[in-house]
Design a protein around this ligand. Sequence first.
Ligand code: NAD
Length: 266
Amino acid sequence: MGLLEKKNALVFGLANDKSIAWGITQAFHREGANIGISYAGEMLERRVKPLAEQVDCKWVEECDITKDEDIAATVEKAAKHFGKIDVLVHSIAYAGREELSKPFYETSRDGFKTAMEISVFSLVALSNAFLPLFNPGASIMSMTYYGSVKVAPHYNVMGVAKAALESSTRYLAHDLGPQKIRVNAISAGPIRTLAAAGVGGFRDMYKHFADMAPMRENVTIEDVGNSAVFLASDLSSHITGEVLYVDSGFNIMGVQLGMKEEKGEG
Ligand code: NAD
């Protein structure tokens, strides 16, 4: 029996088969969840619908997270189709490409607002809107990155947004705890996706990651998917407000000496 049998899980943020949301969706399907998928914009429909078919997903709905009416309509459709919800995955972020290549101090007012609205407020808005549908024991999770706590050059306003996302995770966990709804975040190592392509210097960061991480390996959307299963399942029943690092241990490193020696190059 799968770990997510009889659970209704909604996944927001599927763009294509490289998306972290796809790794999560596949892992949820493997574990027996009944899945709903939400995506943004008609442009993505032709990519998302065939993926949804692969996981027997009958509920595929468009929702632009910046529009309250879209969110309200999505809740209504979910209520009709699923009744109650056990898992909500927020795998959404956006910042203008120009904000992720120039110096952080040149971040524009609009660029700052957009990044915060799409990457952070959307988690708050979704949690609020879906509140009437959550079963006790429900699990909400979002995707974050280490650039929230340390400087990752070029990550800029997204780093600030991820810090706010992690803080929002704690405030939501506090508010929703009495209703037995858990809220956590997964902090994933760099993965080649559409969103990542917009971050200046991502290729270098990706390349050097494995040299610096204790496990000497990059992480995959499958790795994130498996950890998401844990957070979605009853195995994590009393874990809330946490940031779970899925990064081959990268975040524990303080000093990056000795790697070459260990590889016999130094
Ligand atoms: P992705 O491009 O596949 O996913 C980003 C998603 O955000 C897309 O599906 C996009 O449609 C959606 N989105 C953007 N604006 C939206 C809007 N207005 N309404 C609704 N949806 C909107 O890239 P990804 O890397 O899979 O990103 C998923 C999450 O993982 C993001 O929060 C990202 O910051 C986070 N993350 C990514 C990495 C990485 O290296 N790729 C590492 C850590 C965390």
